[in-house]
Each structure stands twice: as structure tokens, then as C-alpha cells.
Design a binder for this molecule. Sequence first.
Ligand SMILES: N[C@@H](CCC(=O)N[C@@H](CS)C(=O)NCC(=O)O)C(=O)O
Length: 208
Amino acid sequence: MSYQLYYADGTASMGVRVMLEEIGASYELIETTTEKTKPRPAEQLKINPNGWVPVLIWDQNSMYECAAITIFMCDKHSQAQLAPAIDAPERSLFLQTLVYFSSSVQTAFQLDYHSDRFADTPADEPSAKRRGYRRLSETWQIVNDQIGDNKWILGEKFSAADIYLFMLTTWLDPSRGHPSISNFPNVQRIADAVMLRPSVQTVYGNVN
Ligand SMILES: N[C@@H](CCC(=O)N[C@@H](CS)C(=O)NCC(=O)O)C(=O)O
């Protein structure tokens, strides 16, 4: 099985690339952009009219949405053991966590990084950003409390949810007004452990 991934450094496509490394799948990166003023390749827009990455292609198929791609790949490559089996007790927490990351934590980031999508006029954008900073604190606190003393998000076993968590922590930027990761020590503990994985070193090693 070989994949193609529409990709840009610093984005959610990095998490999917880490998954591909963990699985040991062969893949090709198709460099694209997330800059507001730059056009996306027509082929990317055909699959994802939103113009976002990640976009994954394999055989004659394709899909977008990072959490959905994560679940899809875990199931397709179950031998990599990146997710609890469908009938394992941790499965519900795995799904809950990924969807919370995607729907709540990522949206908190977007309030800042894409405030124009949440404000009626440019004059309203600073208000959306300020709400985003607080929403980041609220959502990361909930994740931190959920982790508690667990070694990994789901407990004793590493999973793709830990990769997703790591990816999201790289977007925290206190210089923009975001909370520091040090406010969430359980999150930081897991992010530090994920960073040591060879897959993460390969993907994030040369990125500032
Ligand atoms: N809900 C989507 C969001 C993806 C997303 O926002 N990707 C960002 C990079 S992290 C992007 O492509 N931004 C460019 C844009 O919004 O135009 C997902 O989780 O895949």
C-alpha cells in the first residue's frame, strides 16, 4: 500500500506523516501551501474544496479531515497497534479524544490563526482571537485533567491519540497570547515522551 499526502510543514499533515512513519508505509509528499494569499493545486481542491491539509490519497481513493484519516489508518494498519481494537475497553476514549481534539482544540486554535472565519468584520477579529486564547486554556485544561497520572492518553498503551496531542502542542505559541504548555503538565509529559520517538524525530527534526 502506497500513499500520497498533500503536505505543508507546521500543519496537521505532519501528524499524518508521523503515522505513516510509524506504520512503515511507503508514501510520497505533495508539497502544498496553507498561506491565505497562495492558490492550492487544483487536484487538492478537487478532493478537499476547503483547501486544507491533510489530504490523503491511496489506490483510487482519497480523504480529508485529520481525525478521520487517523482512525482510518489505525484500522487499515492494525498491525502497527496505534489504536485499541474495535471491542477493546479503551476504544471509546480513543474516539472521544480524537474527535475532541479535532472539533474543540483545533477550533480554539482557529479562532486565533483564522479569526477572519469567526468574525463578521475585520474590526471584530481581535475579539475572536481573545476568545480563542481563553478557549485554548479551557480545552487544554480538560485534556490535562483527562490524562491525570496516565502514562499515555489512553493509559498504559501508546496510541495515535498521543501523536495527535503532540502535533497540537506544537501549535501553542505564547508569543501570540496562547497559554504555555507548562500550564498543562500532564500534556507536557506526554508531548515530551512522543517527541523522543524516531518517527517524530524524522518528521519534526528539521522543522523549527
Ligand atoms: N478540520 C480539518 C482542519 C485542517 C486545517 O485547518 N488545516 C490547516 C493546516 S493545520 C490548513 O490547511 N489551513 C489552510 C487554510 O485554512 O486555508 C482537519 O482536521 O483536517
